[in-house]
Design a protein around this ligand. Structure first.
Ligand code: ZN
Length: 183
């Protein structure tokens, strides 16, 4: 494999004993190859299609493929669950007020990791293991549609967002590839 950076002996996957092989080396090598491709990136930070997508960080969600987006088209804001947290509102505020987006798409998905634990379970686990409670809420959920509606409500009622007429929420089915709108 081509490497974009000089590898020290400890970086080699077969180095025994020390320096666990890290996938980051592969990512960096990919970036080095990407840098020489002829396709030039868009020259503006303002998304061409003036839309922001808030989605779960789930590794199976290829947002570019699902939504037919190209680099430069949209802001992609991702976190565990695709929940409209305060930090998502922060990003949307900047997206709309400083970078020109006008519409918001929210995407949750089936088989989400956020469906597998409760808020109390995680808080208790963290407290027992570390002695402190997190300052943040995990925002896990037990019903996808209910949580999409909750996030929609947070975006639609945020006074910081000047553009709230086109805010729509969806659930993506990871088995069928179908994107279903939540009314
Ligand atoms: Zn998820």
């Amino acid at each position: 494999m081509m490497r974009g950076v000089a590898a020290s002996p400890a970086d080699r996957p077969d180095a025994s004993g020390e320096g666990d092989p890290s996938i980051i080396d592969e990512l960096v090598a990919s970036a080095a190859e990407h840098a020489v491709t002829p396709d030039s990136p868009p020259r503006t930070p303002r998304p061409a299609r003036r839309v922001a997508v808030v989605a779960c960080m789930d590794a199976r969600l290829d947002l570019f493929g699902i939504l037919g987006l190209e680099p430069g088209d949209a802001h992609l804001i991702r976190n565990a669950g695709g929940v409209a947290t305060d930090d998502v509102i922060r990003s949307l505020t900047i997206s709309q007020r400083k970078l020109g987006t006008r519409e918001v798409v929210l995407i949750h998905h089936t088989d989400c990791g956020m469906l597998t634990f409760t808020e109390d379970e995680l808080r208790q686990e963290l407290l027992e293991e570390t002695g402190v409670k997190p300052s943040w809420a995990a925002e896990s959920f037990s019903d996808l549609d209910v949580d999409v509606r909750s996030s929609l409500q947070r975006v639609r009622t945020s006074l910081f967002l000047p553009h709230r007429d086109h805010v729509r929420g969806f659930v993506y089915d990871v088995d069928t590839g179908v994107l279903r709108e939540v009314e």
